[in-house]
Design a protein around this ligand. Sequence first.
Ligand code: SER
Length: 337
Amino acid sequence: MRKKVIMITGAAGEIGQALVDEFTHNDGYTLLTLDLHALPAEMHGRTIHIQGDILDKTLFSRLVTEYEIDTIFHLAALLSTRSEFAPELAHQVNVNGTLTLLQLAAEQSQRRGEAVRFIFPSSIAAYGLPDLPTKARDFYVREWDWNYPTTMYGCNKLYCELLGAYYSEHFQQLARTKPIMLDFRSVRFPGLISAFTVPTGGTSDYGPEMLHAAAKSEPYACFVRPDSTIPFMAMPDAVTALLKLWHAPAESLTRRVYNVTSFSLSAAEFQERVRHAFPEAEITFDPDVQRQGIVDSWPAGLNDKAAQTDWGWRPAYDVQRAFDEYLVPNIRQRYAG
Ligand code: SER
């Protein structure tokens, strides 16, 4: 008999590490993790880890013979800044990789006669606002507002949301009998901030970079203007959102893609929070025109009412708690000594 598992792709990444950590506090699930990289030493033994490429279809054909995949948390992706330097590779990983997994999940749903749940982190990058006055006016965007991304990563995320809905609702729509579909669910995340890891290749990275640099007593030149505003969220809330959406009964959901957010901050306000905790912090502003353009196209806030209503979404960490109770103490401890 095949072993029932939860598959997590991109498990060595920021969200992946936090998610695996949360799962291993809740026994009872076998995790099958996949990443191009090995997992950090402290995660060894907690999962069945496959070091491999999500573009390797042979690998997946082998995995489905050994494992019954109950749920996929598909986290592997190239983030927005990195994707601009390698757009074709980004498309391969972010779109083709997702397509392979959706196809696999669709086939597995039919094979076992039960929907595979497919949980997918999307992003504020799925939005593209035309100019700063519009961004200030339409502060809290709704899921269907301004879906005109300007980055390869944003285009990839938006398209994969649509593919997920297609595989969940219309896959094999011309067949005589309706097949068992997969169950795709997605959250559009704001910029995420972890106390334990730093992001690589994203454009919201100036927030976490500023904070981690201050804790290490390193100077930091912020690559966007002080007035640049986007929404943020502490990593534990991001994990909560993924798990809550995963657990939500299908009949309570009215959409497949949900905004989730916690607090919006300008880069200047972010700097003030960092300085409050680390008064010696040397933070300057040295905007990079191109990355600034990306941040200017992202919304200042997200309207997450649908997530609140449908599956009881609520962040545990508002801005005060995020800095005072999660980020600052843990980051301090991390770099102490
Ligand atoms: N944090 C991501 C990035 O900056 C957005 O989802 O690319």
